[in-house]
Design a protein around this ligand. Structure first.
Ligand code: SAM
Ligand code: SF4
Length: 327
């Protein structure tokens, strides 16, 4: 195993796998109410095809995998994929990003299959607002999912909060208190220009402002991430068991430390979340190429990763939904 690095000497050791573009919610910053144009079913990679890609990636040095979507838990039999991935030599960490609605139902079988930890997206602690932001389902299901994940040791559970001005920013202090009172690990994510609300400039709050608002409640001390590394910077209030992370893809982009490759549900390698470049892997997979050729395609894709995104220059995100790419 040699280790992968791109043309800018960034080590690439992390593969984000979108297992579906389908979702049981319609978050206002991600999808329109009527949903997005879905990939035809026959274009979606089978679990066997995803396994083939992951095995080739692991042979090249990928050691961390995250399952995302769309909502990964709406794809049938996800724990079968998890156990297939867990059996690959070199894959040390398998994580899941979910909206949490189905988490209580599947957490135990996922854990048994080899899932290590979960990130749960939750933008509000208020039931009525939850309905408004996600356009459906019930907050209690997500809270129950969090509780079960914690109990089963799918930890550290990280809570992803997309902060939006005028929509949920008044709850920033409530989430902060959860890190103190309940040991939550909360990460505030800057709104990106996807979906209806994401496209509205007035909804955006730079991370620096979120941090200022949190510091008004008390001093924040820098701390190390509990697990997983990644683009977040972590802090905590003195004596808090939980942490606060900031992910600032827009205002302070972290492209210099980008360590990831994305596999879309329809079998493309998407080289930058906010970029356009993709490499078609599905065609190769279905034409029966060798494992060596899959590895060569992965290497060429990594070499073609752009240095950074160009949102500040007005380029991106090119009309694709977050759920197509795998957020
Ligand atoms: N359905 C799963 C979930 O919601 O966690 C996984 C897929 S979702 C696309 C992955 C992450 O992207 C979620 O944390 C979600 O909040 C985030 N996301 C979606 N649209 C976003 C946007 N416009 N700006 C910032 N984050 C966004
Ligand atoms: Fe679905 Fe996740 Fe997008 Fe919400 S953020 S609509 S849960 S994919």
């Amino acid at each position: 195993m040699t280790g992968l690095s791109d043309s800018f000497q960034r080590p690439i050791d992390y593969l984000r796998i979108s297992v579906t573009d389908r979702c049981n919610l319609r978050c206002i910053y991600c999808m329109p109410e009527e949903g997005i144009d879905l990939f035809p079913r026959e274009d979606m990679l089978s679990y066997e095809e995803i396994y083939t890609v992951a095995r080739a990636a692991a042979e090249l040095g990928i050691s961390k995998v995250r399952l995302t979507g769309g909502e990964p838990l709406v794809r049938a039999g996800l724990s079968r994929l998890v156990s297939m991935l867990a059996g690959i030599e070199g894959i040390e960490d398998i994580a899941l990003t979910t909206n949490g609605v189905l988490l209580a139902r599947y957490a135990a079988e996922l854990k048994a299959a080899g899932l290590r930890r979960v990130n749960v997206s939750l933008d509000t602690l208020r039931p009525d607002r939850f309905q408004r932001i996600t356009r459906g389902q019930r907050l209690e299901q997500v809270l129950e999912g969090l509780r079960v994940a914690e109990e089963l040791g799918l930890t550290p559970v990280k809570i992803n909060v997309v902060a939006m001005r005028g929509i949920n920013d008044d709850e920033i202090p409530d989430f902060a208190r959860k890190t103190i009172d309940d040991g939550w690990n909360v990460r505030f994510i800057e709104l990106m220009p996807f979906g209806e609300e994401g496209a509205k400039e007035e909804n955006h709050i730079p991370v620096a402002e979120i941090r200022e608002r949190l510091e008004a409640l008390g001093p924040l001390e820098a701390c190390m991430p509990a697990a997983g590394g990644g683009p977040a910077r972590y802090f905590r209030y003195p004596n808090a068991k939980g942490s606060i992370g900031f992910i600032s893809p827009i205002s302070e982009h972290f492209c210099t430390n980008c360590n990831r490759l994305r596999l879309t549900a329809d079998g493309h390698l998407h080289l930058c979340l906010l970029g356009e470049a993709e490499v078609d892997l599905r065609a190769a997979l279905r034409s029966g190429v060798s494992q060596a050729e899959i590895k060569a395609i992965l290497q060429r894709a990594v070499a073609a990763k752009p240095e950074r995104h160009y949102l500040a220059e007005g380029k991106g995100p090119f009309g694709k939904a977050m759920a197509h790419i795998g957020g």
